[in-house]
Design a protein around this ligand. Sequence first.
Ligand SMILES: [Zn+2]
Length: 110
Amino acid sequence: MDFELRAVPKPKHKRFKRTAKQRGQITGDVYDKALERSGGYCERCGKGGYLQCAHLIRRWKVETETTVNDVAMLCGPSTNTGTCHNIIDYTRKGKEWAAEYREKLYKMNG
Ligand SMILES: [Zn+2]
């Protein structure tokens, strides 16, 4: 088998970077902006109804904090197969859509 164990030294200092969980947190402000942008409709399929604020990027990949460009209002719940939130979380096609949409948002909003 080809693997190695890498010893990571324990951090000497107090954590200065926020945890992945903190970085992934969707603040009320981000939620409001996303909801406003969506106009109350799913940003992927355009359906109205039950929407969830979904991450377009894996939480642990968020570098500093989750911005409105990192999320989309999508129909949910994510636990139901066939909803857009489920699709972007669990399918390759959905993940590709999320990455592209995020790029588009960053281009639009800087
Ligand atoms: Zn949808």
